[in-house]
Design a protein around this ligand. Structure first.
Ligand code: NAP
Ligand code: MG
Length: 495
C-alpha cells in the first residue's frame, strides 16, 4: 500500500485541467469568468475553474449536434465505437492514481476509496458498454407474411448529462458509457464542487480516439449552465443524477422547452431492516455502519434508516456501536482514513443542522454528533441516533451525511410499513434467514434495489440501478440503461 507521504507528494505535483472541454479543445468560458474550487479537507482554494453559462452551453450543444449529424461517431461501426470506449477504460486505469487524487482533492473522499471503488468502477463501466456496443440485435415483428416490419433502436442525438459531486467520475460514467455506446453526443455539466476528474476524462476520451465534439464538458453552476442545458431546444435528453428537488426542475425545463426526455436518479432514505432471525448479527452490524459511514454518508443509497427488531435490539446495538467506532475521520490522503471531509462548508452546516434537530425532537445521541475537532476542513464525526420515530425529521429527510437513525419495530408488517413510509424508493435491505420472509419483504418494500443479507456488496454492472417513487425513474447500469438513450423506429415494408 502507498504511504500518506506518497500521496501528499503526488498531490503536490498534480496539474489540473480547469477550462471547459468543447469540440475537442480546452477553452475558457466566453465571459472569461472562473469560480474558486475549494479542497474540503483543507478549506483552501486550490484552483479556479471556467464558469460556463448559457452562451457556452449553446456552443457545446452546437458542437455535439454537428458531431451527431455528420455521423463521425453515430455512424461509426458499433464495434469500432466499442473499441474506442474500451481504450478509454484502459486509459482510466493507466491514470488511476491521478484520477483518484482529483476526486479526493475535489470532494474530500479518502483517496483509498477512490482507488478501490470510484476509478476501477468507472473503468469497468466504460469497458462494459464498450463490449456491449456491437452485441445488441434489433427485432423483426411477427406480422402478416405480406409485410416485413423492422423495429430498430436509434440514438437520440444530443444528451445533456448533469451529475452530482459524491461520485463525480463514476456517476458520469454510468451515463456516458451507455449514451456513447448507443452513438449519441454528450454535453456534460459536472457539479461545481467536483469538475476536475471529468475534465481530465474528456481529454483521455480524445486520446482514446473519441472524435471531437462527441463528449463536451462545461463546468459551471446549476442555476446557470445546468438550467440552460435543461431548457435548450436542441438537447434531446437530460440524464440527471442529483437531488429530487433539482430533478423536478429538469421535468419543468423539459415542459417549458422541447419536451426533451428526462431520466432522473435522485435522492433516497433507504431502510436497512434487521429481523430477529438475522443470520449473522456481527456481519449485519458491520454492514449497517458501512452503509451510512462509507463516503462520509454522501451516498444516494446510504442505509440511513436502520430498522431493528425489538427482540434483538440490545444485542444488535452493542455490535453496531463497536462497528461504528471502526469508522474514523482523517486526512483523505492518508491511506488509513475511512472517512474524509464533507464536500463543502454549507453542506457540513446542513448536516449539523439535522443533528441539532434530532436532539431537539428527542432522539438519543449514541455516537458522534459534531464537527470533528482539530481540523480545518469540513469533517463530521460518524453519528448514531437511537429512539428515532418515523415522524422525526432525521427519519424523513435525506441528510446526505454520516448520520444514522435507528428505529425499532415489533413485527414484519410494522417493519414494512415503516420502510415504505417515505417519498423515496431507491434501495433497501432485509436481513433474515427465513427465506419466505425475506422474499415476502423484498416484494413488499418499494425500492429499485432490495438486498438480502448484505448491503450493496459489489459494483456489478449487470444489474439495473435506479429508484421508485421520488427517487426518480430510468435506470443506470446493465443493458437496460441503453434503452433510455435510444428510441424505437418501425420500418414497415409491404412485400
Ligand atoms: P444537486 O444539488 O441536485 O445537484 C446535482 C446537479 O444538478 C449538479 O450538477 C448541480 O449543479 C445541478 N443543479 C443544481 N441546481 C440546478 C438547477 N436549478 N438547474 C439545473 N441544474 C442544477 O445534488 P448534489 O448536492 O450535487 O448531490 C446530492 C444529491 O444527489 C442527493 O440527493 C443524492 O441522493 C443524489 N444522488 C443520487 C444518485 C442516484 O443514483 N440516485 C447518486 C448520487 C447522488 P451545481 O452543483 O453546480 O449547482
Ligand atoms: Mg472542490
Amino acid at each position: 500500500m502507498k504511504t500518506f507521504d506518497y500521496w501528499k507528494d503526488k498531490a503536490a505535483g498534480l496539474s489540473f485541467r480547469t477550462q471547459a472541454f468543447v469540440n475537442g479543445k480546452f477553452v475558457d468560458a466566453l465571459s472569461g469568468k472562473t469560480f474558486a474550487n475549494v479542497n474540503p479537507a483543507t478549506a483552501q482554494i486550490f484552483n479556479n475553474v471556467a464558469e460556463c453559462d448559457k452562451e457556452d452551453v449553446d456552443i457545446a450543444v452546437k458542437a455535439a449536434r454537428n458531431a451527431f449529424e455528420d455521423g463521425r461517431w453515430s455512424n461509426m461501426h458499433p464495434a469500432e465505437r466499442g473499441r474506442h470506449l474500451m481504450r478509454l477504460a484502459d486509459l482510466i486505469l493507466e491514470h488511476k492514481e491521478e484520477l483518484a487524487l482529483l476526486e479526493s482533492l475535489d470532494m474530500g473522499k479518502p483517496v483509498s476509496d477512490a482507488m478501490s471503488i470510484d476509478i476501477p468502477g468507472s473503468a469497468r463501466c466504460i469497458h462494459w458498454y464498450g463490449e456491449a456496443a456491437d452485441k445488441l440485435m434489433d427485432e423483426i415483428a411477427p406480422t402478416d407474411p405480406g409485410a416485413l416490419a423492422m423495429v430498430t433502436r436509434e440514438a437520440l442525438g444530443v444528451i445533456g448529462v448533469v451529475v452530482p459531486w459524491n461520485f463525480p467520475l463514476l456517476m458520469a460514467c454510468w451515463k456516458i458509457g451507455p449514451a456513447l455506446a448507443a452513438g449519441n453526443s454528450i454535453v456534460l455539466k459536472p457539479a461545481e464542487q467536483s469538475p476536475l476528474s471529468m475534465l481530465r476524462l474528456a481529454e483521455l476520451a480524445s486520446e482514446a480516439g473519441i472524435p471531437d465534439g462527441v463528449l463536451n464538458v462545461i463546468p459551471g453552476f446549476g442555476e446557470t449552465a445546468g438550467q440552460a442545458l435543461g431548457l435548450h431546444m436542441d438537447v434531446d435528453m437530460i440524464a440527471f443524477t442529483g437531488s429530487t428537488q433539482v430533478g423536478k426542475f429538469f421535468m419543468q425545463y423539459s415542459g417549458q422547452s422541447n419536451l426533451k426526455r428526462v431520466s432522473l436518479e435522485c435522492g433516497g432514505k433507504s431502510p436497512h431492516i434487521i429481523m430477529r432471525d438475522c443470520p449473522d448479527l456481527d456481519k449485519a452490524a458491520e454492514a449497517a455502519a458501512s452503509a451510512i459511514f462509507f463516503n462520509q454518508g454522501e451516498v444516494c443509497t446510504a442505509g440511513s434508516r436502520l430498522l431493528v427488531d425489538r427482540a434483538v435490539k440490545d444485542e444488535f446495538m452493542d455490535k453496531l456501536m463497536k462497528a461504528g467506532l471502526q469508522h474514523t475521520v482523517g486526512d483523505p490522503l492518508d491511506p488509513a482514513t475511512t472517512m474524509g471531509a464533507l464536500v463543502e462548508e454549507h453542506h457540513m452546516n446542513r448536516v449539523l443542522g439535522f443533528v441539532d434537530k434530532a436532539n431537539e425532537e428527542g432522539a438519543s445521541l449514541k455516537l458522534g454528533g459534531s464537527r470533528s475537532a482539530g481540523r480545518e476542513g469540513f469533517f463530521v464525526d460518524p453519528t448514531i441516533f437511537d429512539d428515532v420515530t418515523p415522524d422525526m425529521t432525521i427519519a424523513r429527510e435525506e441528510i446526505f451525511g454520516p448520520v444514522l437513525s435507528v428505529l425499532t419495530f415489533d413485527s414484519e408488517d410494522e417493519a414494512v410499513r415503516i420502510a415504505n413510509d417515505t417519498i423515496y424508493g431507491l434501495a433497501a435491505a432485509v436481513w433474515s434467514r427465513d427465506i419466505s420472509q425475506a422474499h415476502r419483504m423484498a416484494r413488499a418494500v418499494r425500492a429499485g434495489t432490495v438486498w438480502v443479507n448484505c448491503w450493496d456488496p459489489t459494483g456489478d454492472m449487470t444489474i439495473p440501478f435506479g429508484g421508485f417513487k421520488q427517487s426518480g425513474f430510468g435506470r443506470d447500469k446493465s443493458l437496460h440503461a441503453l434503452e433510455k438513450y435510444t428510441d424505437l423506429k418501425t420500418t414497415w415494408v409491404q412485400l
